[in-house]
Design a protein around this ligand. Structure first.
Ligand SMILES: Cc1cc2nc3c(=O)[nH]c(=O)nc-3n(C[C@H](O)[C@H](O)[C@H](O)COP(=O)(O)OP(=O)(O)OC[C@H]3O[C@@H](n4cnc5c(N)ncnc54)[C@H](O)[C@@H]3O)c2cc1C
Length: 410
């Protein structure tokens, strides 16, 4: 980051430190800047690297135009699900499925925040965060530290940060030591551009289970940006991530199959690649107490059963801002007890292979409207909605799993 990194830094004490300027850190910054009561606070934003790349695309659903509507690069109002001979097309109304490019999000918020001289930017590797009395202190590599009345951290412990080049797979070892179920949602996506029209750009192929399952839950999704260009992503829920060539092989075979019948002459080039791993767990990464608060993935904002987090992170940021405005206790917990329970049951079933993930999700999508499922996955469903979703699933598998969670048996 250019001149803003060297932004005026004339004292060493802040109201808020935002430790980690990824999705959660920047979202909190954005929402703080929307608040007339808080936007003038002295805020320090620290990240190990402000030179952001387009390292992820965020998809989410909304039934209105949201705060980041101008950043939405594509939206769909139809999704499809595929499993064997099942091919189901579902209208998403009243929701729209939307996509935002990571780089657009980072730039938008950083550029907006640069206009505020009360915000200081510091590039540095955070080594630890400590509390002295009521003050939170962030320690940086090199021995310097910065203090604030409140610190909001999204720094996930290093052993849970997936590095796809780490041949020793330390992060895989880390999850086997957690007492709560832990899967990775890991994926490789390629943005492909064809020389001819091959996609229906109005339809998002949300889950196509007709791919190698690798002993886990695996699916492909195709999010077309135009009739020639789409993000094609091979996603798995499992304990171990793959080596890069395994994702590549599945992606290239899938695309070959996709064009074989209708567009045998079509050629494509790969414009961009995205590799990622999202923790699917209710494991508490770190115990944090006032004045240090966890946000984003670190705080469990990721929905354990799906890996979706973008909208939960927005809700969390709004919740924190509202609590700060009222001088209330800060609570960054996002998922309510009822939906946490459903997530725990599903995670238990997937981890212990009580039922194949492709069967579970196919049954849910086969028997319910997309809107009901979206509400269920957003934690906004009514009890009646939940019952409808659960009716799609076999009681003899889900009831024992639910009882195990209730009675906390491993
Ligand atoms: C590739 C990918 C695609 C995703 N797609 C979706 C999606 O479509 N929909 C959805 O809802 N969710 C999605 N997610 C899940 C979730 O929304 C994202 O992971 C989101 O970025 C989480 O936000 P965060 O702030 O917790 O973590 P991050 O965005 O990863 O931010 C953490 C920040 O901390 C910094 N940092 C880390 N360690 C240190 C350190 N020691 N010192 C200083 N800085 C440090 C990093 O540089 C980074 O900027 C996706 C995740 C990934 C990885």
């Amino acid at each position: 980051m250019d001149s803003a990194v060297t932004n005026l830094k004339n004292t060493r004490s802040y109201d808020f430190i935002i430790a980690g300027a990824g999705c959660a850190g920047l979202s909190l910054l954005y929402h703080l800047l929307q608040s007339p009561l808080l936007r003038h606070k002295r805020i320090l934003v620290i990240d190990k690297n402000f030179k952001k790349s387009n390292d992820r695309t965020w998809c989410y659903w909304e039934d209105t135009a949201g705060a980041f509507e101008q950043l939405v690069c594509k939206k769909w109002d139809t999704i499809t699900i595929h499993n064997g001979s099942l091919s189901k097309t579902l209208p998403t109304a009243p929701f729209t499925y939307k996509m935002v490019q990571g780089i657009d999000y980072y730039h938008y918020i950083i550029n907006l925040a640069k206009q505020h001289l009360n915000i200081t930017w510091q590039e540095g590797l955070i080594t630890k965060i400590t509390t002295t009395g009521t003050i939170g202190t962030v320690h940086l590599q090199g021995g310097t530290s910065e203090s604030a009345t409140s610190v909001f951290s999204s720094i996930v412990p290093i052993q849970f940060q997936v590095n796809f080049s780490d041949v020793n797979n330390k992060f895989n070892a880390a999850i086997t030591n957690t007492s709560t179920p832990f899967l990775w949602q890991h994926f490789k996506g390629i943005l492909v551009e064809f020389d001819t029209s091959v996609f229906n750009e109005n339809e998002a192929r949300l889950m196509d289970f007709n791919v190698p399952q690798m002993g886990a839950t695996a699916f492909m999704y195709i999010l077309p940006l135009t009739d020639k260009k789409a993000l094609v992503e091979y996603t798995l829920f499992s304990e171990k991530i793959l080596v890069k060539t395994e994702y590549d092989n599945v992606l290239s075979n899938y695309l070959a199959d996709f064009i074989k019948t209708n567009y045998p002459q079509a050629q494509y080039t790969i414009v961009h690649e995205e590799l990622g791993a999202i923790p699917m767990t209710q494991h508490k990464f770190e115990q944090m107490n006032s004045p240090i608060y966890s946000i984003g993935t670190l705080s469990g904002a990721v929905k354990a059963s799906t890996g979706y987090a973008f909208q939960f992170i927005q809700a969390q940021s709004r919740q924190i801002v509202s609590q700060l405005e009222k001088g209330a206790l800060i609570n960054t917990q996002m998922h309510n007890t009822r939906h946490r329970f459903y997530d725990a049951v599903l995670l238990y079933i997937l981890k212990n292979k009580k039922m194949e993930g492709k069967e579970i999700f196919s049954r849910i999508f086969k028997n319910n409207k997309a809107a009901t499922i979206f509400k269920f996955l957003s934690n906004t469903s009514s009890l009646m909605d939940d019952i409808n979703v659960m009716r799609s699933l076999p009681t003899h598998i889900f009831l024992p799993a639910a009882l195990r969670i209730i009675f906390r048996r491993p």
